[in-house]
Design a protein around this ligand. Structure first.
Ligand code: ADP
Ligand code: ADP
Length: 235
């Protein structure tokens, strides 16, 4: 069975818009297999963020059904990690403490987090090493470059070992060299850990480099016009 399944999904942001037949996305059909890396490309305003909100359960469809990991989506999902164009690290926390944040939130009791803190911190440090932030674990965000902050934000998205990683233009603000380096890091992490990825991007080259399949969303109405499965063997 598919890991992510959208069945004829439509979303209007409110009843008024729906009455006027103004949907932000229309007739989205999607079947993503477990571990698949998909990219969604399209012009601004075409419905990419709306799609992300639906995929995380932050918005419910006006019409249609969404299932993720076999379950109907009824509210915000805990199984996903997210990273956006802006890294938005907390300035008063060190790199490692920023990365640990989702675990602090997910653990229901503060004492449980404290009891496992050492184990979690080791996990965070290993992940930071992997993305090239060894030596910066105990620095504060202002001591890191934009690219380094973005690496940290990707570690933060992955620290609770999510089944699905949602990336909204995560490399958009980076210089070309840093961007391509992060592409490689992300590709390696995905090959190793096999989480699902949904990447929203304006960058066609990025989507071809990273994704197993690419969906092109049209501007109006917001729906997929093409699905392109790329036949590139992955390492
Ligand atoms: P949410 O998705 O939780 O509503 P947003 O930040 O997207 O959060 O929107 C907050 C509010 O701002 C919305 O309820 C809406 O009224 C308005 N809004 C945001 N973006 C748009 C837009 N592109 N067109 C019209 N209204 C918008
Ligand atoms: P993208 O991420 O591709 O730029 P969006 O999903 O933000 O596109 O927007 C899709 C459509 O939905 C646009 O027409 C936008 O104006 C509208 N929209 C987005 N957010 C809201 C909102 N919160 N309320 C009303 N309309 C919105």
């Amino acid at each position: 069975p598919a890991f992510v399944e959208f069945r004829d999904v439509w979303l209007a942001y409110n009843d008024e818009l729906q009455a006027k037949n103004q949907f932000a996305v229309e007739a989205i059909d999607l079947q993503v297999r477990r571990g698949e890396f998909i990219a969604i490309v399209g012009p601004s305003g075409c419905g990419k963020s709306t799609f992300m909100k639906l995929a995380t359960g932050l918005r419910m469809p006006s019409i249609g059904k969404i299932r993720i990991d076999g379950q109907p989506v009824t509210g915000p999902l805990k199984i996903s990690g997210m990273a956006f164009q802006s890294p938005s690290l907390l300035p008063w926390r060190t790199t490692v403490d920023n990365v640990l944040l989702p675990l602090e939130i997910v653990e229901p009791h503060r004492s449980q987090f404290k009891a496992r803190r050492k184990e979690y911190e080791d996990r965070a440090r290993r992940l930071l090493q992997k993305v090239g932030l060894g030596g910066y674990e105990d620095k504060f965000p202002w001591e890191l470059s934009g690219g380094m902050q973005q690496r940290a934000s990707i570690c933060r998205a992955l620290i609770h070992e999510p089944k699905m990683l949602l990336l909204d233009e995560p490399f958009g603000a980076l210089d070309a060299f840093t961007r391509e380096e992060l592409w490689c890091i992300l590709r390696d992490l995905h090959a190793e850990q096999q989480f699902n990825v949904i990447l929203v991007t304006h960058d066609l080259r990025e989507s071809v480099f990273l994704a197993d399949s690419i969906y092109v969303m049209s501007k109006s109405p917001g729906r997929f016009v093409v699905r392109r499965d790329i036949d590139i063997p992955r390492p």
